[in-house]
Design a protein around this ligand. Structure first.
Ligand code: FAS
Length: 382
């Protein structure tokens, strides 16, 4: 069986690429390991940045994919209980992200692709890729393609199919524990972060009746999922500087690994890696899903030029183009991580003071504030 582009994985990267190629009249097949309900239910990211929403708008997909999503306006940063309201759009020329849960974005991308007659095969894990022959082997069949897009996430098959000698990988452990809980607690007025010597905490809305909380925890002090809920709420009230924080039943408890990973290059022969298959970034700064969409946007344009006009220049520079944004976001995420976590670096007063200087700059230097807002909107590199 033969197609122009085979896409491995139906996450944000794979489904964005599939929709963009479909709009450009390029034939593609999506092979997804899991079943539809798994793909549609997985709760992860919550913010689509401006750059990401522009990818959909430019393809005429904004209505189908992000209609009704509320605009992201203020970020409230409470420093030792002192509130500071950061108005991102005011510093980024009116550009802002939108609040859309990843599973909603994926569901809409999926529906749109299928409605356009897209060929998406669930429960079809790709077992092996023969890169020389552009052939994928899966249980019950084989698929050959002119190009293969590895959108199969960090644990997928595509990165592993590239000879190790051809890749350089970078990984970094931020040495910070992050505990996240989902609770039926009313969402905050604005996205909220608490920065203090007690440790970082954050609260984001997840729909009208729920909140996603994050708490930094000491890696050496046991598993926070064992904490009694009262202790979790005590810590959140303390760190968010709000003794009257409204609570509610905790419905999900997870540990988020604070690690980063980048593969170079993101392409080998006619196999192109996109999203988590190529890089992992911490949720600090909400760039994981947005990097996946950015890669998919670059790859869709490059594949269309190659297949429609025989011009493969953009394909050849795909990896460099995506790595420039990837490393810029990795640096931003690390900068942000240190700014909000090092206030609790009890053992290192110098780092504590550096973090405070970084924070103060946002309110004293308008150019620094503009840069921060542009990074949040994802438009700093444009
Ligand atoms: P995905 O992992 O989403 O999708 C890969 C797909 O490939 C999956 O559907 C998988 O089933 C499929 N697949 C794997 N192997 C296959 C094979 N062999 N054959 C066929 N299919 C295969 N990002 C943010 O921006 N903000 C956040 O707040 C945030 N929070 C997160 C919280 C958690 C707990 C986690 C784990 C991640 C979070 N992320 C966040 C990052 C996350 O959103 C990822 O960046 C995003 O899902 C990446 O999308 P994809 O690259 O499409 O990979």
């Amino acid at each position: 069986e033969m197609t122009d582009v085979a896409i491995i994985g139906a996450g944000p990267a794979g489904l964005t690429l599939a929709n963009l190629l479909q709009r450009n009249g390029i034939s593609c097949v999506v092979l997804e390991a899991r079943d539809r309900s798994y793909v549609e239910e997985r709760q992860r990211a919550g913010i689509l940045d401006h750059y990401g929403s522009e990818i959909f708008a430019a393809a005429g997909l904004a209505e189908a994919v992000i209609a009704g999503a509320p605009r992201e306006q203020f970020l409230e940063l409470r420093y030792e209980g002192e509130p500071h309201l950061f108005d991102g759009p005011a510093h980024a020329g009116g550009r802002s992200g939108v609040l859309v849960p990843q599973q909603l974005l994926v569901r809409r991308l999926l529906t749109t692709f299928l409605a356009g007659g897209g060929d998406l095969r669930f429960a079809t894990p790709v077992d092996r890729i023969n890169i020389k022959e552009n052939r994928m082997v899966y249980a019950g069949g084989e698929l050959t393609a002119s190009y293969i897009a590895g959108c199969d996430g960090f644990h997928g098959v595509s990165r592993r199919s590239i000879p190790a000698a051809a890749l350089t990988t970078y990984s970094f452990d931020h040495g910070i524990g992050w505990y996240t809980v989902l609770a039926d607690a009313p969402p905050p007025r604005h996205a909220l972060m608490g920065i203090s010597e007690h440790g970082f905490a954050a609260q984001f809305g997840r729909g009208p009746k729920a909140s996603r909380f994050y708490l930094q925890y000491d890696l050496g002090a046991g598993d926070p999922r064992e904490w009694p809920d009262d202790h979790t709420w005590d810590q959140l009230r303390l760190r968010l500087g709000d003794p009257a924080l409204p609570t509610g039943p905790i419905t999900d408890r997870e540990i988020v690994e604070m690690r980063s990973f980048v593969t170079e290059p993101m392409a080998y022969a006619n196999l192109f890696l996109a999203g988590d298959a190529a890089h992992i970034i911490t949720p600090m700064g909400a760039k994981g899903m947005n990097l996946a969409l950015a890669d998919a946007g670059v790859l869709a344009t490059a594949l269309t030029a190659a297949l429609h006009d025989g011009d493969d220049a953009a394909l050849r520079s795909y990896s460099d183009t995506c790595l420039r944004r990837t490393w810029d976001y990795q640096e931003f995420s690390r900068w942000f991580t240190e700014m909000v976590h090092d206030a609790a670096a009890a053992e290192d007063p110098f780092r504590r003071r550096l973090a405070k200087a970084r924070f103060d700059r946002l309110w004293t230097n308008p150019k620094a504030a503009d840069w921060f807002a542009d990074m949040m909107a994802g438009t700093a590199l444009i």
